[in-house]
Each structure stands twice: as structure tokens, then as C-alpha cells.
Design a binder for this molecule. Structure first.
Ligand code: MF3
Ligand code: CO
Ligand code: CO
Length: 259
């Protein structure tokens, strides 16, 4: 069963979502050639605890060793921050933050370009961002999960990029990864019908090359099999009476908070 949030639960989802969004805004200034992903993790960890009085959900989640995920270039998701991984000009990096505050989770990510990216990197990053926005724009009561997946798939494939199938968006609230599974591909008018009070993430992973991925021996890091670039954007979304609310909305978002 997909759980419907009460008004007071939605208030707490809004609060933790705002903190997660603010953390991505905070870390933006630090993303420069020469910084390590280990240092980015420490900055986020301290900010979460000391400034936001929140908890980093990834830390110790199913054994994950760090407070954020940092996925560089051909890393699809769940990259583990490390002092040995130093960013260089032209890299792309997805920073994925999930916070817990007052018992509720807020989960959001964006892909940054370090310095100046290649034309292909920029097209991939913008396409994956637009895929997320098209998925969000499909959210309203009466629409289906298939409508969201279809909107994402149609745009990615029109751009001749591919969609990762093994990982999906998810219900979120008191639980980090809850029902339903939100696939980033699908057919219109199929799957669960959306209703007001549902909260879930949409987080398409779009590959420049083929869709296939593999898991590295650390059992976390997911990479593209062909080692081509991959990009991802994620928001936590509430289904409202008339459409959507982006609970992790940032000032650099293209869509309005409410749609
Ligand atoms: N934040 C990721 C998501 O979007 C999950 C990370 S799980 C972790 O669902 F353990 F790697 F942190
Ligand atoms: Co997520
Ligand atoms: Co996430």
C-alpha cells in the first residue's frame, strides 16, 4: 500500500525537503577543480549536523560508509566519497543528499559540471535535468506512474540517450526507500494512479552511451558498462489536489515549486 501523508506529515516533509535543497545550494560554491569528494562529504556532514540539526540518511544506511553520494563521470549512482578522488576541470559530478529531520526524509540530487564541460557533457546534463522536469510536470491526481516514466523516456530517447533500468525513484517519508517504485520509463495510462498526499522521488539516470550498468566490487558504486558519461537529477515530490509540489525546490530550478 502506498501511504498518504496527513497535513502535519506534509509540513515535516516540506521542512526536511527545504533543508536538503539548501544543502545542495551550499555545496555548489565548493565544487571546483582540486577538491576531493571526501572533502565535499565532510563539508556536507558537518553542515547537516552543526548547522541544520539534521541527520545524514546515507551514513550507515545498509552499510553505506559516508554521508552523501558523489558520482563522477561514468559513475551512475552511489559513488562513495574519497580523499583520493580529486575533481578536475570538465568532470561532471552528481551530489545526492538525503536528510532526516523530525523523523522524515528529504532526498535530492543534481549534476554539476566542474569548470567547463564538453559539448556532449553539457547536452547530457541538460537532457537529464529536463527529463526530471518533464516527469514532475506529469504529476497530478489521476495521472499514473506510467505517465511519469513515459514523459522521461520519450525525451531521453529523442536525444538518443539511454535510461538506466536497474534503479528507480521511490516513495519516501518516515522510510527512506518506500513503495511505490517510480520507474523512469513506461507507457501512458499504466501503473499506479496518483492521489493527493503521496510523496515520492523522481530521479532519472541518463547515459550518454548504452543503458547497461555494473556494480563495482565495493558493492555500492554503479558504473556504466561502456564507461561513457551518465547524469542524474532528483527531487522529492508531493502530489497536491491540483498537481505537484517540489518539496526539495531550489532557486536554480526551472519549474516553479508548485505546478
Ligand atoms: N539517495 C539515494 C537515492 O536517491 C540513495 C542512496 S543510498 C546510499 O535513493 F546508501 F547509497 F546512500
Ligand atoms: Co532517492
Ligand atoms: Co537520492
Amino acid at each position: 500500500m502506498v501511504n498518504i501523508k496527513t497535513a502535519s506529515e506534509i509540513e515535516r516533509m516540506r521542512a526536511v525537503g527545504a533543508l536538503a535543497a539548501e544543502q545542495l545550494e551550499m555545496i555548489a560554491d565548493h565544487i571546483k577543480p582540486g577538491i576531493s569528494t571526501g572533502e565535499l562529504d565532510r563539508i556536507c556532514h558537518r553542515y547537516t549536523i552543526d548547522v541544520q540539526d539534521a541527520t545524514p540518511a546515507p551514513l550507515n544506511y545498509r552499510g553505506f560508509p559516508k554521508s552523501i553520494c558523489t558520482s563522477v563521470n561514468h559513475v551512475v549512482c552511489h559513488g562513495i566519497p574519497s580523499d583520493d578522488k580529486v575533481l578536475k576541470d570538465g568532470d561532471i559530478i552528481n551530489i545526492d543528499v538525503t536528510l532526516i529531520k523530525d523523523g522524515f526524509h528529504g532526498d535530492t540530487s543534481k549534476t554539476f559540471i566542474v569548470g567547463k564541460g564538453s559539448v556532449r557533457a553539457e547536452r547530457l546534463v541538460e537532457t537529464s535535468r529536463h527529463c526530471l522536469n518533464l516527469g514532475i510536470a506529469a504529476v497530478r491526481p489521476g495521472a499514473t506512474l506510467g505517465d511519469i516514466g513515459y514523459a522521461i523516456q520519450r525525451h531521453a530517447e529523442k536525444q538518443r540517450f539511454s535510461i538506466v533500468r536497474e534503479y528507480c525513484g521511490h516513495g519516501i517519508g518516515r522510510v527512506f526507500h518506500d513503495e511505490p517504485q517510480v520507474l523512469h520509463y513506461g507507457r501512458p495510462n499504466t501503473g499506479l494512479t496518483l492521489a493527493p498526499g503521496m510523496t515520492f522521488t523522481i530521479e532519472p539516470m541518463i547515459n550518454a552511451g548504452k543503458a547497461a550498468v555494473k556494480l563495482l566490487p565495493d558493492q555500492w558504486t554503479v558504473v556504466t558498462k561502456d564507461h561513457q558519461l551518465t547524469a542524474q537529477w532528483e527531487h522529492t515530490i508531493l502530489v497536491t489536489e491540483t498537481g505537484y509540489e517540489i518539496l526539495t525546490h531550489r532557486s536554480d530550478d526551472e519549474l516553479p515549486r508548485l505546478g
